[in-house]
Design a protein around this ligand. Structure first.
Ligand SMILES: [Zn+2]
Ligand SMILES: [Zn+2]
Length: 129
């Protein structure tokens, strides 16, 4: 097979291309079957007729395991951990800020709730909390 990034001939069990250093299957410039240059969005190699897989296994979701990501998103999604794993730093930071603020809001609300119930609540429009 051939490197999809630079067209260099590779062994089938090579994990990365020895010429350009990308992971096997990464890239869209060459046919993995014959090494012929192909259009980036081509579905089939015009030289050998083999179907071109542009979404190579392991590259989808930045190469992260889908099940692992789904679980992390479910349990730690509020902290944006899955976003950081995917290199989406901005999304992750926004999630952390939102969770953090919501958490503070929740705690403040709980304190107010207890104060109100115990008749300790003091109405003071000049205070932020
Ligand atoms: Zn290469
Ligand atoms: Zn080909």
């Amino acid at each position: 097979m051939f490197c999809r990034n630079c067209g260099e001939a590779m062994n089938d069990n090579q994990a990365i291309c020895l010429k350009c250093g990308v992971k096997t299957g990464t890239g869209n410039a060459y046919c993995a079957n014959c090494g012929n240059a192909v259009a980036p969005n081509a579905d089939v190699c015009l030289n050998c007729g083999v179907a071109i897989k542009n979404a190579v296994n392991g590259e989808y979701l930045n190469g992260k395991d889908k099940i692992t990501l789904a679980l992390i998103c479910f349990f730690l999604g509020g902290l944006g951990i899955h976003n950081f794993m995917l290199g989406e730093t901005k999304k992750g930071i926004v999630k952390i800020v939102l969770s953090f603020c919501a958490g503070i809001g929740g705690i403040l609300a709980l304190i107010d709730f207890i104060k109100i119930l115990t008749d300790k609540y003091v109405v003071d429009p000049d205070k932020a909390f």
